[in-house]
Design a protein around this ligand. Sequence first.
Ligand code: CA
Length: 223
Amino acid sequence: MKVLLVEDDHPLAEALAEALRNVGVLVEIAPDGKTADFQVSVECYDAIILDLGLPDGNGVQWLSGWRARGMDLPVLILTARERWSDKAAGFSAGADDYVTKPFETAEVLLRLRALVRRSHGHAHPVITVGDLTLDTHTGRFTYLGMPVSLSAQEFRLLSYLIHAAPRIVSRTELSEHVYDQDQEPDSNVIDVQISRLRKKLDSDSIRTVRGQGYCLPGHPTAP
Ligand code: CA
């Protein structure tokens, strides 16, 4: 999962980013609306965390502009304590959820995971495709009922594929959502990680579709 965090409070942004990175989320920080506006136009994110009080305008105004341009990413807004008017304005502008400052990072993570899951059309927090299951609440994979130990990048890769299943995901799309912008992976890196995942799971667990990309074989099933 790759997230844009729009927050001008530097210590708060760094603390939240670090907590999210510790659980394998890629986080880029934009300190103001203008930077965020540029970032959302050139980068692929899975969600946006948006502070409402920004130095160059209210987050609600920036969000309205993005929605007007057709940006349909899930947006989680950060609001000051108990300001119902802020929350209402945020929802009117197209926010999907909110957390109130001060917040627990665990709550931000849970809400983010739920937003991303729902944006892929999954109503239930547990996603199962074939023998592979992801519990989006705990962030853990099981294969044939057994826990699977994954590196952060392997987790992002497999997580992206299971959210997208049964759709075929191209290497370009994978690299945009699974790697940092300065990592610039070539397709070889992705191939290596896919083969490592196949060793951890099963050789048939991830299908290569020649010239198109990768997919998990099968449709998501309800638990
Ligand atoms: Ca602020």
